[in-house]
Ligand binder design. Structure first.
Ligand code: GLY
Length: 438
């Protein structure tokens, strides 16, 4: 089967690697990712928002299914456009993708369909009404632009915002800049607990969940510093997390199932990958937000323990015949190597050296992210996350140690968070959850 992967990051590298086991992979990417280029039967470097170019490439190569990596093309209706020329996609149509691309849509869906895991919120298109809500709310709030902001638009009182006064100032900034493409804002109650991710394959009706994972969004050790795209993540051999029980996992999956049923009624069937970001609170799992695609880095955790045929699953997603997936009972740890000063890097452009052979000998994996390869096959940093290193072992502890060992073989003007998935950090999370529930 000829499958087209769209995207150029580590998430797409992981998707392509899994598909490559049973399908011919073709890739359309914004810059030359060396990992993706090597896997691809044919690849094209081009503008990921140029759908005419993507469709020509797909037709030239007899593509049967497209696998959409990032959210931006979903928002612009890539799936709808591909369908017009007879190519089905692993990814939702524009209307269903609103579950990620329009936070007002998502919260209203939860309210209208009485979906579990709902929270207190308000959506505002008037600055005065937003201010009034914050004043009357009287508790710390979370401020979210309605549209896509590359994961960098959400600000939380007690984290990036000192108090509700600063929250109001940020609301004004969102309105003034039309941040995320809307002159509007979603304001939510602040949830206390531990965040986690559950990703699922979805064929419109059936959802097949994957192991839970936990990302580390803060840039610096000890969960300090600015929020990033994610500095590293882990998953456990029982497919739960050290602070997440089977019952809590099942409740979260049920929230995702209720969401899929509601989207089908409200918009159109949702097909693709659904990424649920949850907060485990004293009152159980609450939905923070959805992504309409695999997570980055969490895709690498689940795909590294995936023990089934991703091309077959893709076929089942588009045909609506999804049944099951199999994941190994192994733990995984993934850590991102990022340019110095990330996330405030301009464009680094310096060379990063990756000793892939040595990393492979250590039984670890490398996924290339926001880097590019030049004509001399040298890999350059850009301004974003550069390279993910991942290890799979029988325990999180062993995987974390293996990951650290392998990461030594990446050299350049880079850093990583050495505390990601360490025993100390995980114990803090377990204790935190005990406190929250007491
Ligand atoms: N790990 C965060 C995301 O994929 O958006």
């Amino acid at each position: 089967m000829n499958i087209l992967v769209i995207g150029s990051g580590a998430r797409e590298h992981a998707i392509a690697k899994a598909l490559d086991k049973t399908a011919d992979v073709y890739t359309y990417m914004g810059r030359k990712n060396p990992g993706l280029a090597r896997i691809s039967k044919i690849y094209k470097v081009g503008d990921e928002s140029d759908f005419d170019s993507i469709i020509s490439f797909a037709k030239e190569n007899d593509i049967e299914i497209a696998f959409i990596g990032p959210e931006a093309p979903l928002e612009k209706a890539i799936v709808d456009e591909l369908e017009k020329v007879g190519i089905k996609s692993v990814g939702p149509k524009q209307e269903a993708a609103q579950i990620e691309t329009n936070k007002a849509f998502m919260r209203k869906l939860f309210e209208d369909y009485n979906i579990d895991g709902s929270i207190k919120y308000g959506t505002f298109y008037s600055l005065e009404e937003a201010y009034e809500f914050i004043d009357e709310f009287g508790e710390p709030v979370v401020v979210k632009p309605i549209g896509l902001t590359g994961g960098k638009g959400v600000k939380i009182v007690g984290d990036q915002l000192a108090d509700n006064q600063e929250a109001k100032e940020y609301v004004k900034e969102i309105f003034d800049q039309k941040m995320g493409g809307f002159e509007g804002v979603v304001i939510e109650e602040l949830l206390i607990g531990e965040e986690y991710t559950i990703q699922a394959f979805v064929d419109g009706k059936t959802i097949v969940p994957m192991p839970a994972a936990q990302d580390h969004p803060h840039a610096f050790e000890g969960n300090k510093g600015p929020i990033t795209g994610g500095m590293g993540s882990y998953s456990d051999k029982n497919h739960l997390l050290p602070f997440l029980s089977q019952e809590e996992y099942d409740l979260s999956v049920d929230i995702m199932k209720q969401t899929i049923d509601a989207i089908a009624k409200e918009a159109t069937e949702y097909k693709g990958i659904l990424y649920g970001q949850f907060m485990l609170t004293k009152a159980g799992p609450k939905l923070i937000e959805y992504n309409a695609r695999f997570g980055d880095p969490e895709s690498m955790n689940v795909l590294s323990v995936f023990d089934y045929d991703l091309a077959e699953i893709s076929k089942q997603i588009v045909e609506g015949t999804l049944e099951k997936a199999i994941f190994k009972n192994k733990a995984s740890v993934c850590k991102y190597v990022v340019p110095d000063k990330y996330p405030n890097t301009k464009a680094a452009d310096t060379i990063v050296e990756v000793d892939e052979e040595k990393i492979e000998q250590l039984d670890a994996e490398v996924y290339y992210a926001a880097v590019y390869e030049d004509d001399n096959q040298e890999v350059h940093l850009t301004s974003s996350r550069a390279i993910a290193v991942l290890a799979v072992r029988d325990s999180i502890k062993e995987a974390e140690i293996a990951c650290e060992e392998a990461i030594k073989y990446i050299k350049g003007e880079v850093y990583h968070r050495s505390d990601v998935a360490t025993e100390e950090l995980l114990n803090d999370k377990i204790e935190h959850m005990k406190e929250v529930k007491s």
